[in-house]
Design a protein around this ligand. Structure first.
Ligand code: AMP
Length: 425
């Protein structure tokens, strides 16, 4: 397993339950993953070093969590050596690595998405284009920007500020050297993730994440403060529309363009009045969505992933617990800006005594016998239950057992706010 966040902990935890799995290594892993896997030091952006590590260890299968090694071509590097890996090719990963590549792909294959206004490499040209747009306007840095590359600008002044920060002041780094302007879509968002072996595909259960820091979807964007899954998010008619108008044209488009895609494909959707439209592609599983998805898995993940890597995906193997699941992120003081680390975490064992609850680690490390914080997002408290209400109750009850200095979390995952206030939390 490559990566070291809550997503990877959830995957490692599930993989470890498979009879086919004898040993898991995780590079770099974290304090919680260390219970289920041997953690090894690694830089996830260094594909040659990761290949050298895999060459030494000889795993039967490699699973990749984060986007950096995927966009860096780890899928190609491993397959060229004949090693099984769940990872799209570097070219396919451009669907996430370049917003402009993704937009051209969507246009070429007539897949519903936000209308493109233009792409720009010079701030003056981009600012000229602002005269003819309606507000709010979405501005996207082309490349990877660690979650800071999108602005929904309410007016020309804030648009100009973002454009200049990206193109003139280089504040977003190399990912911000070109930008894309597009129309703003309105509606509810839905994360639709599938796994494909290049020929066949299988959708995972639908999820909705919560990117803003504060309750009521206020405050700055984060890597994700929580997510939930419930079949009610995706009624059968909507599911059929998404498969017909988005998923299948996307997979056909990749095949027509000669781009092999094997691995997870995350389609971020806006459910607009005129139907579902693509907001973004990610070439990997999302975090914290993965934690909610894994909580509902009722199948042997190792078997399914090995089959996907071998080009033999059997979609009938993916079985899901009915009901719902919730993942609530417990974050450090200061996150998503500068945050504190090294705080002792208490109450983990009691949290996991709550029926259906599991605590995945995102930013933790071992310090002697203790587990201490080491990241902005520290833990993903996750629970599955027969109903969304029961999953929420178990999640918040489990979270109530955990404590570290400066800990904060959203109280309103899946619209939980009324329930929490009613009980005086
Ligand atoms: P992205 O990285 O492209 O997913 O964008 C991050 C977030 O920005 C999305 O999850 C949406 O909340 C928002 N977003 C992106 N594109 C649009 C759009 N065209 N209209 C409205 N919101 C958008």
């Amino acid at each position: 397993m490559i990566g070291g966040g809550g997503r990877e902990h959830a995957l490692v935890w599930k993989l470890a339950q498979s009879h086919a799995v004898q040993k898991i290594w995780c590079a770099p892993g974290n304090g919680g993953i260390a219970r289920d896997a041997e953690c090894l030091k690694a830089d996830v952006s260094d594909v040659p070093a990761l290949a050298a590590l895999a060459g030494r260890l000889g795993p039967d299968l490699t699973v990749v969590g984060p986007e950096l090694p995927l966009v860096g071509g780890i899928g190609d590097a491993f397959r060229a050596r004949g090693w099984a890996i769940v990872a799209p090719s570097g070219q396919a990963a451009q669907l996430e690595g370049s917003k402009i590549f993704a937009k051209e792909f969507l246009l070429r294959h007539e897949i519903p998405a936000a209308r493109k206004i233009g792409t720009f490499g010079y701030a003056s040209k981009a600012c000229d284009a602002l005269r003819a747009v309606s507000w709010p306007l979405v501005i996207k840095a082309d490349g990877l920007c660690a979650g800071k590359g999108v602005s929904v600008a309410q007016d020309a002044a804030s648009a100009k500020d973002f454009i200049e920060r990206a193109l003139d002041k280089n504040e977003l780094g190399p990912g911000g050297q070109r930008i894309l302007l597009e129309e703003t879509l309105e509606g509810d968002e839905l994360s639709f993730i599938l796994i494909t072996d290049g020929q066949r595909y299988a959708p995972l259960v639908p999820t909705r994440d919560h990117k803003r820091l504060f309750d009521g979807n206020l405050g700055p964007n984060t890597g994700g403060m929580g997510a939930y899954s419930s079949d009610e998010l995706l009624p059968p008619k909507l599911r059929a529309t998404i498969l017909e108008t988005i998923v299948e044209p996307t997979l056909r488009g990749l095949a027509a363009d000669g781009i092999p895609y094997q691995g997870f494909l995350y389609i971020g959707l806006m459910l607009t009045k005129s139907g579902p439209k693509v907001l973004e592609f990610n070439c990997r599983l999302g975090d914290p969505e993965t934690q909610a998805i894994v909580a509902r898995m009722d199948f042997d993940l190792a078997e399914v992933l090995a089959q996907a890597a071998a080009g033999k995906l059997d979609a009938s193997k993916l079985r899901w617990k009915p009901g719902a699941s919730v993942c609530l992120v417990l974050a450090s003081a200061g996150y998503p800006e500068n945050f504190e680390t090294g705080k002792k975490i208490e109450g983990l064992a009691n949290a996991e005594k709550i029926r259906g609850a599991k605590v995945f680690h995102a930013g933790t490390k071992r310090d002697g016998d203790a587990i201490v914080t080491s990241g902005g997002r520290v833990l993903g408290v996750t629970a599955a239950a027969p109903s969304l209400g029961a999953a929420l109750a178990a999640t918040y009850e489990a979270a109530g057992n955990i404590h570290f200095e400066g800990m904060h979390y959203r109280k309103d995952i899946a619209g939980h706010v009324n329930r929490v206030h009613a009980t005086g939390d």
